[in-house]
Design a protein around this ligand. Structure first.
Ligand code: COA
Ligand code: AMP
Length: 633
């Protein structure tokens, strides 16, 4: 038996023993009573009765153990032309002070704090300060519009918001304060205060009630010590797209999360304390939470906080500069970033200009990695390129090639085998395991390992119906694919209306809600069509109300603008077409997956339940008018 198989088997046969061993590496204020608490199955909890502080384990513990002078964060910002290093000791001081500032403004254990921050060190300081006092942070990605921010404010009901004066994109400086004010006007819940970090690129007007300058808040603060919380207390909420416009508030606990993430750093990523780890993502996404902030810091690594893009800041060599300058051992990003680099530098000429000898592995996740991109990265970098699969819900990877255990053969197109702690199966509609190689809904046997979601914020019914009811005894991932005879998992598509644009998970339902709000639109549908660079792009179909006389092009321009304003630029919603009607089943269900196949030029069968087959021809013509449906059958 291979080392991986042995460890995987042990984790499944005796999860309590397996994860208790992993938990010994952390500092607990009180040991747990039970490792795996199944008293409320199918909702499981980990390390009940245990008490700890995640910030202590991620920061203070390392200072106490002699890592005070090691860089905790390397901030590298080609977009502003600046950068700096922050040691663990400096991080501890800043976090303690900002924790005091939050406490001084009435934020206490269990209170929520929304962070709307760009990729600057203060974002990590704010996250850890919340963890330090037991407050629950909820980071909202800067590319989301005020409307999305307002929805999250109303759901999380934060006591405070922490933000910055601006975000910086290559093409523009984005003033955050007007977006924040707009969101606070739209939301029913009104946070007590809003602490804003002023960046040199733009000064925000702090003239709304409760507005506070970060520096003033820090100047008046008294450093705050770590507050021990229950292992099962929430550490953070992170909203992600579901099938409706209402995002799901994924809850992450303290104990299971710290144990699992700490374990992954050695066992999956194969990094040792003190080494430099870089996840080129954004702190607004789960990858940023787990592998820019918590994972590397829990294990005593130096984490790189990169405020830039893979290309254009200034060129397609940006990643290689960072790796060589900071001696990065392990890098993690989304395949779309590599597609962008490859498009501009197909021969990898920039790679040759840098010394990448520190690099041992590249990890990819966030969307399906096409074999071409994987092979290109392998060939040009000469290190193992590991595609691994996970979700906001799971917090760490369900499947991977666990480098710290052993490097198994890489199969292009596969996300590797189930990680320890995970039992993964492809199921048919009736919930039966399909034979090796057969496509099915990918589901994970309960209980899930520590670090995964114990629930949705204030929405237990939705948690059960979204994830636990379709296949009793399993967690439904929402992904479809197959598992081969060697146990390698191939994730092929979603089973729901979630799409993936440049590694960003988006709900077509949320975009449809915006289109439907246009006065001239009677009905609409949004699908994700294949895109060479971004994986998928959303395309809208509009059926207009009878008697509408406005120009169709104007209506399309309106809805494109509305989606940018209400969902955000990150949706990359640029194309919509007017059609006379949408293809539907007799029961009224819109045939989105057939439409997607037409758009992508994939063969499709006309569903037996379709109301009027001629409608599909109209869809094909409409798609061709916007550059899709190359050779539909
Ligand atoms: N704040 C405000 N706007 C943002 C933003 C942010 N944090 N992030 C992106 N946007 C904007 C962009 O400026 C762009 O606006 P535009 O329409 O005015 O050009 C729009 O949202 C779309 O952004 P994106 O899809 O990121 O396109 P891009 O052309 O700027 O960059 C890539 C393309 C491939 C380089 C980029 O998507 C990328 O690096 N992706 C990796 C994704 C990732 O890390 N995912 C996390 C999982 S690991
Ligand atoms: P998010 O919650 O934003 O991380 O998105 C999770 C979804 O992204 C998954 O459910 C998959 O659909 C997709 N995804 C993430 N990683 C991979 C991967 N390595 N291969 C294929 N799809 C992936």
């Amino acid at each position: 038996m291979s080392e991986y198989s042995d460890i995987h088997q042990r984790s499944i046969e005796n999860p309590s023993e397996f994860w208790a061993e992993a938990a010994e590496h952390l500092v607990w204020e009180r040991r747990w009573d039970r490792v795996l608490d199944d008293s409320n199955a199918p909702i499981y909890r980990w390390f009940t009765g245990g008490r700890l502080n995640t910030c202590y384990n991620a920061v203070d513990r390392h200072v106490a153990n002699g890592r005070g002078e090691q860089a905790a964060i390397i901030y590298d910002s080609p977009i502003t032309g600046t950068g700096r290093q922050i040691t663990y000791r400096e991080l501890q001081d800043q976090v303690a002070l900002f924790a005091g500032a939050l406490a001084g403004n009435g934020v206490g254990r269990g209170d929520r704090v929304i962070l709307y921050m760009p990729m600057i060190p203060e974002a990590i300081v704010a996250v850890l300060a919340c963890a330090r006092i037991g407050a629950v942070h909820s980071v909202v990605f800067g590319g989301f519009a005020p409307n999305e921010l307002a929805t999250r404010i109303d759901d999380a009901k934060p006591k405070a918001i922490v933000s910055a004066s601006c975000g910086i994109e290559p093409s523009r400086v984005i003033a955050y304060k007007p977006l924040l004010d707009n969101a606070r006007n739209l939301s029913k819940h009104k946070p007590d205060c809003c602490i804003v970090f002023q960046r040199p690129q733009l000064q925000a007007d702090l003239n709304e009630p409760g507005d506070l300058d970060w520096h003033d808040a820090m100047a008046n603060a008294v450093p705050h010590d770590c507050v021990a919380v229950e292992a099962t207390d929430p550490l953070y909420l992170l909203y992600t797209s579901g099938t409706t416009g209402q995002p799901k508030g994924i809850v992450r606990d303290n104990g299971g999360h710290a144990v699992a993430l700490h374990w992954t750093m050695k066992n999956i990523y194969n990094v040792e304390p003190g080494e430099v780890y870089w996840a080129a993502s954004d702190i607004g996404w789960v990858v940023g939470h787990s592998y820019i902030i918590y994972g590397p810091l829990l294990s005593g690594n130096t984490t790189v906080l990169y405020e830039g893009k893979p290309v254009g800041t200034p060129d397609a060599g940006a990643f290689w500069r960072v790796i060589s300058e900071h001696k990065v051992t392990t890098m993690f990003t989304a395949p779309t970033a590599f597609r962008a680099i490859r498009q501009q530098d197909p021969e990898g000429d920039y790679i040759k200009k840098y010394d990448l000898s520190s690099m041992r592995a590249l990890f990819l996740a966030g969307e399906r990695c096409d074999p071409d991109t994987l092979h290109w990265a392998e060939e040009k970098l000469g290190v193992p390129v590991i595609d691994h699969w996970w979700q906001t819900e799971t917090g760490w990877s369900i499947a991977a090639n666990c480098l710290g255990i052993e490097l198994a053969p890489v199969k292009a197109g596969s996300v590797g085998r189930a990680a320890p702690g995970w039992e993964v199966q492809a199921l048919d509609d009736a919930g039966n395991d399909v034979a090796a190689g057969g496509i099915g809904a990918i589901a994970c046997k309960l209980p899930l390992p520590p670090g995964t979601l114990p629930g949705l914020w204030n929405a237990e019914d939705r948690f059960r119906s979204s994830y636990l009811e379709t296949f009793p005894g399993y967690y439904e991932t929402g992904d479809a694919g197959y598992i081969d005879e060697d146990g390698y998992i191939f994730v092929m598509s979603r089973t729901d209306d979630v799409i993936n644009v440049a590694g960003h998970r988006l709900s077509t339902g949320a975009i449809e809600e915006v289109l439907a709000a246009h006065d001239d639109v009677a009905e609409c549908a949004v699908i994700g069509v294949a895109d060479e660079l971004k994986g998928q792009l959303p395309v809208g179909f509009l059926v207009l109300k009878a008697g509408v006389e406005h120009d169709e092009a104007d209506i399309v321009a309106d809805v494109v603008r509305m989606v940018r304003e209400r969902v955000g630029p990150v949706a990359v919603f640029k194309k919509a077409v007017v059609v006379t009607c949408l293809p539907k089943t007799r029961s009224g269900k819109i045939l989105r997956s057939t439409m997607r196949k037409i758009a992508d030029g994939e063969p499709y069968t006309v569903p037996a339940t379709i109301e009027d087959t001629g409608v599909l021809d109209n869809i094909e013509v409409a798609l061709q008018s916007v550059g899709y449906a190359p050779c539909a059958t």
